[in-house]
Design a protein around this ligand. Sequence first.
Ligand code: HEM
Length: 101
Amino acid sequence: MEGGDQAYYYKFVPFGLGRQACPGAGFANRVMSLALAALIQCFEWERISEEEADMSEGTGITMPKAKPLEAMCKSHHSMSPCPPFFRNYVRFRTLSDSVMP
Ligand code: HEM
């Protein structure tokens, strides 16, 4: 691995380091895993077109996407009863929080 293992571990530091590091990091990581798992398990996802998602990074300290992700989802058939709103595909778009235009 380029730069050794240490360099790899400090490439992404979302919770800070040292004495002031975020004490909620363990909790936040678990909640994010659960939230992502729920989105995958409870909904059927589709792309809005044949185009692949653009994963390039925008500018800013929160690693915003350069282009927001747009996708469609509807509730998985195992989710019953589900709110009527999610029975047909609904289109979503991630917020764009890039600080530069
Ligand atoms: C994705 C979620 C979160 C991110 C990205 C995040 C990130 C951070 C960052 C960058 C810091 C500053 C570290 C530093 O000054 O070096 C911080 C501090 C802190 N975070 Fe979080 N945090 C998250 C969730 C949480 C949660 C869920 C809690 C509590 C349940 C929490 C409680 C705190 C506290 C109390 C501090 C101040 C620590 C201190 O100054 O001693 N955070 N967080």
